[in-house]
Design a protein around this ligand. Structure first.
Ligand code: PMM
Length: 324
């Protein structure tokens, strides 16, 4: 696969990235994008250790792209609940060669990091987007790096480092609070000079969230995208793939959660529903089925829009087809 919008930005031209539909003067896209995950870590919850070797990581990125991933998201530090930190030097050592190789292969690459120094190196190597799960809260230098590179910037809702985030999963109204906190994060980024048209937001499924919090956010994506305010809001990225709330949902008769490798069908269902709800991008570990699903969702949304323009909306009554 080649980058979806042409140049990879490492030859002196402004970086192109698959922009939010209809925003920022970049090419409009008529469907939700698929971001394929490459975790170059020994300890990520879903695939830790499988792609730690740079050659294996590059091969995996290429395979995800061949399956239909539009963006390859390369990360070098696990964010699983309870995870400790690695040094910036170690993170860079893991991701540097992988980003360089995937960019050279013509892929659209984002760097999954909370560190400005790692983001800067990856952008210099041709990555076009920074996926910052701390949304600018972990490293005060991040905004300047993103602004200087005119990079795309994923701002995820974040309450604190992975080691302590379980204790921070306390909400009265999770959707309202996540929107308000994300609004502070986006306001800070814009205040630091980042072009709002380059910003994508993410509710941070599983980050300082319990299962009920995740479902409430997923069921209210359009409101999250608008940050609970008037106006168009921001494009939305949703990363639910293989997360533990799906393992709990699918627990076996023994009460044990379904292991991560058995969660791809449920991950696909969430990705499909998110795309149908208007998400800009879904972040997934297995790309092929999601690449099909986002196309289904786009056709579904287009047909729904035609129908909405021509008559009153309706829904199938809950008892339809069943017994009275
Ligand atoms: N989740 C993980 C890592 N990075 N980035 C964004 N924007 N959104 C997420 O939900 C997200 C992320 C953790 O999952 P992984 O360890 O399987 O990559």
């Amino acid at each position: 696969m080649t980058g979806t919008t042409g140049t990879t930005g490492h030859e002196g031209t402004p970086p192109a990235w698959p922009g939010p539909p209809g925003l920022g003067g970049r090419p409009a896209l008529d469907r939700c994008l698929v971001m394929g995950v490459v975790n170059v870590t020994p300890d990520s919850f879903s695939d830790g250790g499988r792609w730690l070797d740079p050659d294996a990581a590059v091969a995996h990125g290429l395979a995800l792209a061949a399956e239909g991933a539009d963006i390859i998201d390369v990360g070098g530090e696990s964010t699983r609940p309870g995870a400790g930190r690695v040094t910036g030097a170690e993170e860079l050592r893991r991701v540097g060669p992988v980003v360089t190789a995937l960019v050279s292969a013509g892929l659209t690459v984002s760097i999954d990091t909370t560190r400005a120094e790692v983001a800067a190196a990856a952008l210099a190597a041709g990555a076009v987007m920074v996926n910052d799960v701390s949304g600018g809260l972990a490293d005060p230098g991040m905004h300047a790096v993103v602004r200087a590179a005119s990079a795309g910037y994923v701002i995820m809702h974040w309450r604190g480092p992975s080691a302590v985030m379980g204790d921070l999963a306390r909400y009265t109204d999770v959707v309202a609070e996540v929107c308000a906190e994300l609004a502070q994060q986006t306001d800070a980024a814009v205040g630091a000079g980042i072009d709002p048209a380059r910003i994508v937001i993410d509710p941070g499924i599983g980050f300082a969230k319990r299962a009920g919090h995740n479902w409430a956010l997923l069921a209210d994506l359009p409101r999250v995208s608008r940050l609970n305010r008037a106006g168009p809001g921001f494009p939305l990225l949703v990363g639910a793939s293989r997360k533990s709330f799906l393992g709990r949902l699918l627990e076996g008769p023994d009460g044990q959660p379904r292991p991560a490798e058995g969660r791809d069908d449920a991950s696909l269902a969430v990705a499909t529903l998110a795309a149908a709800a208007g998400a800009w991008c879904v972040r997934v570990h297995a790309a092929a089925a999601s690449a099909d699903a986002v196309r289904v969702a786009a056709s579904w949304r287009q047909a729904a829009a035609v129908k909405a323009a021509s008559g009153p909306e309706g829904s199938i009554p809950a008892g339809a087809g069943g017994r009275a």
